[in-house]
Design a protein around this ligand. Structure first.
Ligand code: ADP
Ligand code: MG
Length: 724
């Protein structure tokens, strides 16, 4: 094993940097080349068919069944012309990754020949025998069928030699088994509610889409070093490892020049991503050593999420060619920053107006304020649900760890907009104002270009950044669909309430703008407690948030309770996003994944400690004992080997502590495994089993510092973080 570490280090030293050939000097030459986009549809479909399809997609209506055959045959012709041999429905089960099952186009004919076949049926629907995907009890194993059905709003693409068709995944009884179905439902609810509210201002608006730009953080590590760390390849994070003498304290990595090998990887990744229509635009180093970020230009939200899922998959595939491993885990290395996935969100109308962008005229500003304040009110009302939507065993390491936003949900607005809201709250715009001119004076002026002071507040989980809100608490490995389903759903419900509140005042004969402003003013007052401009990492904030009555769920099992709260049930029903059965199922799936991941980590800790760490410690201790015996034999007094004796006894202390605590941890695990109730089981894993991880690690890391470097079997932090 110890050889393994040095073999790995040798392998890294021998690496060369692959040469990257770009398909063309102009990105526009190859952007979307592997996507069956509108242009290709136009080329491969009849004019009539093309128009029917485009209009169905634009109106989010199902594609007429008789058109499916035409589309399928066009897709097949295009895919085959690109060298594809297989097709697959590509979907997002609750495992968090994407799933695919490839079928060949090829079909034998009775005369012994073969043809390439792809029917409308095969495009529209498939039945993967999906009994081994998590369903939270929605699909009994004897009714193993689940359906995948084409989502025409996200275009098909070619990955390798396979045509991938984005689909939803539902159970035989119609319940959602994936991330996409609830998202599409939430977006639909948002569209309706937002259009209704838009009509107070502009009757020509017909559709509101949410937009999303996802910043993706990740670590890179050499594949050989990765493979020499069983904890990394089994759990995605290091369970032991003493901090490297140098880490991120010099702040010399962030935005620094990108190492050559990484640069080659990024170029390769970007080329593939751009061909798949993922509009990657930004790349840079992140705060921790070996940590990086990439970000695309924002897109319609359903597509942005598909693209992020695809990107994560692609990052991993491309990394193999560069002998890298991508770590998407939220906290691969204790002691340096973890990784997140900032979700930049806004709402944009079919007329091209960003509803979170302040306008030139007072009327536009009233429209902006309407959507702005409703977002604040929505998050205030359902902060617990938003917290639940980002909860995972990995993210528990990150939230509140002085690098990522705290587990307390609050909203940062920046001083300019805070002042605007304060002004409205205390102003006396009221029913008495009948004169338009006076009313508009009641709306404070909003500068069109808002100073972006967000970089000075990286501590907020939900920040307004000029013309969008940024949910920063999402974990790097998460599927954004889940938090975005919640965000769009709570926004939909909130906008419905707003309309109800405004209409009620209108019925009393009040003027429209006055009514809107009155409701806005009330919302500002009611949701004030969620606003926080200060340092989210500070102890004072935790105390103040407590005094304000804001929740602070530090770990997942209790954070997830919000999914089953009465308030959430009403919301789910109102917006028709989750049925009660689906909500329960999701709760169960999330708890199950939580405790199972801790179970795996606990096992890996046990195995590594007993089979790798302790034997190494004892081997070194035996060397020392031998040495002491020799010194004694030649007649030296004990003063000459005092240091050796000291190390020998320290090793024993650490080994004894580790060995006995692994025993206690296993006992707690056995107990937890016996608990029937899944929530109680997850809590037991969180509070009883996980409690041993840190103390055991502390002593393992002490051993790492004591023992001869040439014997230590696991690549050290300095090697994982700095050698490329
Ligand atoms: P930063 O947040 O670091 O200031 P940017 O302004 O470049 O960075 O934006 C980060 C992400 O937000 C990018 O993906 C960008 O395309 C996206 N973004 C910008 N404007 C919007 C918007 N109106 N809606 C959604 N995402 C947006
Ligand atoms: Mg950002």
């Amino acid at each position: 094993m110890s050889n393994f570490r040095f073999q790995a280090l040798q392998a890294v030293l021998d690496r060369s940097i692959p040469e990257i050939k770009l398909p063309s000097n102009k990105i526009s030459d190859y952007f979307n080349s592997n996507v069956f986009d509108k242009q290709k549809m136009k080329d491969f479909l009849s004019k009539d068919a093309f128009q029917v399809i485009v209009s169905s997609i634009e109106k989010s209506e199902p594609i007429p069944r008789d058109m499916a055959d035409q589309v399928a045959s066009a897709m097949k012709a295009w895919a085959i012309s690109k060298g594809a041999t297989h097709y697959t429905h590509w979907f997002q089960p609750l495992t968090g990754t994407t799933a695919e099952k490839h079928d060949a186009f090829f079909e034998p004919t009775p005369d012994g020949g073969a043809i390439e076949v792809f029917s409308g049926d095969a495009l529209a629907q498939q039945e993967p025998d999906a009994s081994s995907f998590p369903s939270g009890g929605l699909r009994n194993t004897f009714e193993a069928r689940g359906y995948t059905a084409w989502d025409p709003s996200s275009p098909a693409f070619i990955m390798g030699r396979t045509l991938c068709i984005p689909t939803v995944f539902v159970s035989y009884t119609g319940e959602a088994l994936d991330y996409k179905v609830p998202l599409l439902k939430a977006l639909n609810a948002l569209d309706k509610a937002a259009v209704d509210v838009c009509h107070y201002f502009d009757k020509s608006i017909e559709k509101v889409n949410a937009s999303l730009g996802i910043e993706q953080e990740y670590f890179l590590v050499d594949i050989a070093l990765f493979n020499a760390r069983p904890d990394l390849y089994l759990t995605g994070r290091t369970l032991f490892g003493h901090m490297s003498a140098k880490n991120q304290q010099l702040e010399d990595h962030y935005f620094g020049s990108i190492p050559e090998r990484v640069y080659a990887y990024m170029q390769d990744l970007e080329t593939e991503a751009l061909q798949l229509g993922i509009p990657l635009k930004t790349r840079h180093n992140e705060v921790a050593p070996s940590q990086f970020e990439c970000a695309p230009i924002y897109e319609e939200i359903n597509l942005a999420i598909d693209h992020n899922q695809l990107l994560m998959d692609l990052m991993d595939r491309v990394a193999k060619r560069h002998n890298f491993k991508v770590l998407l885990h939220e906290k691969p290395y204790a002691g340096v920053n973890g990784s997140g996935k900032h979700n930049n969100w806004s709402m944009i109308t079919n007329t091209g107006k960003n509803l979170l962008s302040p306008g030139k005229t007072p009327k536009n500003n009233l429209m902006f304020l309407t959507f702005f304040v409703n977002t604040i009110r929505a998050v205030y009302e359902h902060a617990d649900l938003l917290r639940a939507s980002i909860a995972s065993v990995n993210n528990d390491h990150r939230l509140g760890a002085n690098e990522a936003p705290p587990a307390i949900i609050s909203i940062f607005l920046g001083s300019q907009l805070s002042d605007v809201l304060d002004e409205i709250e205390t102003s006396r715009i009221s029913k008495k104002i009948k004169d338009d001119a006076l009313l508009w004076q009641g709306i404070p002026k909003i500068p069109q270009i808002l100073k972006d002071n967000t970089d000075r507040n990286r501590t907020s989980p939900f920040a307004f950044t000029g013309n969008k809100f940024e949910l920063r608490a999402v974990g790097s490995s998460a599927n954004s669909a889940y938090p975005m389903t919640i965000l769009n759903m709570i926004m939909a419900e909130q906008l419905k309430k707003f309309k109800y509140d405004v209409d009620r005042i209108l019925r009393k004969g009040e003027k429209k703008d006055v009514a809107i402003l009155m409701v806005i003013k009330r919302y500002i007052k009611e949701s004030k407690n969620i606003r926080f401009e200060g340092n989210g990492y500070s102890q004072e904030w935790e105390e103040e948030a407590g005094a304000r009555g804001l929740s602070n769920f530090k770990t997942t099992p209790r954070a997830l309770d919000a999914l089953l709260a009465e308030k959430s049930a009403i919301l789910f029903e109102d917006t028709a996003v989750f049925s009660p059965r689906e909500a329960h199922a999701r709760h169960e799936v999330l708890l199950e994944s939580f405790y199972k991941k801790l179970q795996i980590e606990a096992r890996v800790i046990g195995e590594l400690v007993i089979n790798v760490i302790i034997p190494t410690a004892i081997a070194y201790q035996s060397n020392l004992v031998e040495n002491v015996r020799g010194l004694k034999d030649i007649g030296l007094d004990s003063g000459t080997y005092a240091a050796q004796l000291d190390i020998i006894s320290k090793i024993s202390e650490h080994v004894n502590f580790i060995k006995s605590n692994v025993g206690y941890m296993i006992a707690e695990r056995k107990q937890a495994n016996g608990i029937e109730d899944i929530r109680e089981k997850a809590i037991a894993y969180d509070e009883k089993v996980k409690a041993f991880f840190q103390p055991i690690r502390y002593h393992v890391d002490k051993l790492e510092q004591l023992i001869d470097d040439s014997l230590w079997p696991l690549p050290k932090f300095r090697e994982l973080l700095f050698i490329k």
